[in-house]
Design a protein around this ligand. Structure first.
Ligand code: ATP
Ligand code: MG
Length: 263
């Protein structure tokens, strides 16, 4: 199947071409292509084990593809590591967030900051004032993000006290510290209670309204239908179908793939 067209005529902001990831003899991602226009929000759905999270690992650089290319903003980033991709403006959340449990919520958010000179010891030594100013700015930014995600009352609690849904929000705050222009969200609504789910949907919508490009893996089809005008369906490592949420929900091949996965 040809790559999903982003917006006709415009070069995609993020594009995966023919990605393959093989583990031993298993092709977990098997020639998957997808393209997102700048500012677009696209859903990535598919049965358990389809290869969606592996696609995210390839896009974010935590896994190297066996073959295929990843292009972001016109540059081939296929061989770059995760840190460089973050610096390029690509952020990703994990399906199962693992915050530092003994660190406070605020400190966890601060770990998402990029390129602060305090990370380099010699700058700390030579320019303590500059480091102090940057740290103050980072704390202010982190506090603003905690506000945005309604986590302020928990800012000074150890992260281990957070519920599953609150951990998803914390993860989002952490990656927003690096100002990502593109965000990969791996099941932000999984295991989240209904009240928190509404907040998460609302915040993802707000991030999209700020102009960010978003790729959303989610099993909650109601959420996908509310947020995404375009959906890619993955099954056995490949792009099985694409279209509006309504179109893919009626696609017999998609229904078969889901039935097959539960049979
Ligand atoms: N490091 C690995 N080594 C071997 N096999 C792996 C590895 N990572 C993932 N897999 C296998 O690849 C397949 C796809 O896994 P992946 O996590 O990408 O699926 P998914 O679409 O995200 O599923 P889910 O909806 O359940 O999260 C699974 O069969 C999984 O067991
Ligand atoms: Mg997954």
């Amino acid at each position: 199947m040809p790559p999903m067209d982003a917006v006709a005529g415009e070069a995609p902001f993020i594009e995966a071409r023919d990605l393959v990831k093989q583990f031993g003899g298993m092709r977990v991602v098997d020639g998957m292509s997808i393209a997102l226009a700048r500012g677009e929000m696209v859903g990535l759905i598919g049965p358990n084990g389809a290869g969606k999270s592996t696609m995210f690992n390839l896009l974010a650089g935590s896994l190297r593809p066996t073959s295929g290319e990843i292009i972001m903003d016109g540059a081939d980033i296929s061989s770059e590591g995760p840190e460089t991709r973050i610096a390029h403006g690509l952020g990703r959340t994990f399906q199962i967030p693992r915050p530092f449990g003994e660190m406070t919520v605020l400190e966890n958010v601060l770990t998402g900051g990029q390129g602060q000179s305090g990370e380099r010891l010699w700058v700390n030594f030579l320019r303590p004032r500059r480091v102090a100013t940057e740290e103050k700015a980072a704390v202010e930014k982190a506090r603003g993000l905690l506000d945005f995600l309604r986590l302020t009352p928990l800012a000074l609690e150890p992260a281990r006290v957070l519920s599953g849904g609150q951990r998803k929000l914390l993860e989002l705050a952490r990656i927003l510290m690096a100002d990502p222009q593109a965000i990969l969200l791996d099941e932000p609504a999984a295991g989240v209670n209904p009240a928190l789910l509404e907040l998460i949907i609302d915040r993802v919508q707000a991030l999209h309204a700020q102009g960010r490009t978003i790729l959303l893996i989610e099993h909650n089809m109601e959420m996908v239908a509310r947020l995404c005008s375009r959906v890619a369906v993955m099954a056995t490592g490949r792009l099985l179908a694409q279209g509006t949420p309504g179109e893919v929900a009626r696609d017999p091949a998609v229904l078969r793939a889901y039935l097959g996965s539960t049979a």
